[in-house]
Design a protein around this ligand. Structure first.
Ligand SMILES: [Ca+2]
Length: 318
């Protein structure tokens, strides 16, 4: 029996999602991967997840399930905003990798999640690195899963900080704010790592990339390939001097909570109707609304420990 914590990952696999998946595969018993609509074309994301599992040498060992292709308010329509400009046409830095050996499972991600949680009550932690559509729909379909999920780690939102897809919103919350609202108020214990944690603690600059490349492993080469486009994008659009790793940061925090050097329980909500602020995450740090403190918000991270963990993961993949 493995001693590792058991998790299910929900991802819109492109760019940093891949490195987060590699991190999770390294530190957890990953029961399955669910794909939700987000970063790039849906089937490409499925393929990217399958290929990432293959890079980790785990083809056939980790099932990949297709979930909802679009946000709750637009199910059946593929009209949410994808971000090929950030991650490349294939979501993998325009690497156009070969087709993965493994195929996706036949069942729907939401049914997989519900069944896995019921079969293993209190055992399955969730790592959410995408719009929260699948998890919200699972909660709507079967609310009895809520009390059986010990913890949900979310990369999403911001804590009173600049967004990335608009000035007011982070991408995952922006794409499906209705889903984010359902999940945040579900009652599942939540830890949130917002976009501002990513810009403060996860940036890998040119020196870091040289250090990673020097590892000389298959993992290091994969990291370099998938980050090619985002490096250029960040420098020109976000004025950030390096690549950003929000999803990997979240996976790292889930793997080792001590990496979070500061966090607090706050009331967190999401704006669904704002003219300029749809997807904005409200974090009531001064408790002005006097509402339930529903989310543990990560406020500082040990950056050196994060980088060490990232290098350990990439070193291990050969
Ligand atoms: Ca993601």
């Amino acid at each position: 029996m493995s001693e590792k914590k058991r998790v299910i990952i929900d991802t819109d696999t492109a760019g940093d999602d891949t490195i987060a998946i590699l991190t999770a595969l390294h530190y957890f018993q990953v029961e399955g991967i669910m794909i939700t609509g987000g970063n790039v074309q849906f089937d490409q994301q499925v393929e990217n997840a399958l290929y990432t599992v293959q890079v980790a040498g785990k083809s056939g060992l980790v099932p990949v399930y297709k979930g909802h292709e679009g946000p709750i308010m637009g199910i059946g329509q593929k009209e949410h905003r994808t971000v090929e400009d950030v991650h490349g046409k294939d979501g993998m830095g325009d690497s156009f990798f070969e087709k993965a050996i493994q195929s996706p499972e036949k069942g729907h991600a939401v049914d997989f999640l519900i069944e896995a949680v019921h079969n293993n009550p209190g055992e399955i932690h969730l790592i959410a690195i995408a719009p929260l559509t699948n998890i919200a729909m699972a909660i709507k379909k079967d609310p009895t899963i809520v009390s059986k999920i010990p913890h949900l780690y979310i990369m999403g939102g911001t804590n009173n900080a600049l967004g990335n897809i608009t000035p007011s919103a982070e991408y995952n919350f922006y794409v499906d704010p209705e889903a984010a609202k359902i999940v945040l108020h579900s009652g599942i214990p939540i830890t949130m790592v917002g976009w501002e944690m990513c810009t403060q603690y996860s940036i890998m600059d040119d020196n870091d990339h040289e250090e990673i490349e020097a590892l000389g492993t298959k993992g290091a080469k994969f990291f370099k390939d998938v980050n090619k486009v985002v490096m250029r994008f960040n420098k020109t659009v976000h004025r950030l001097n390096g690549t950003t790793h929000p999803d990997t940061l979240l996976a790292a925090v889930a793997a080792d909570e001590k990496m979070m050097t500061k966090s607090n329980l706050y009331h967190v909500d999401v704006e669904t109707v704002g003219e300029l602020t749809r997807g904005y995450s409200l974090v009531d740090i001064n408790n002005r609304l006097e509402r339930t403190r529903n989310v543990r918000v990560c406020e500082a991270i040990d950056r050196d420990a994060f980088k060490d963990m990232l290098l350990d993961v990439l070193k291990s993949i050969n």
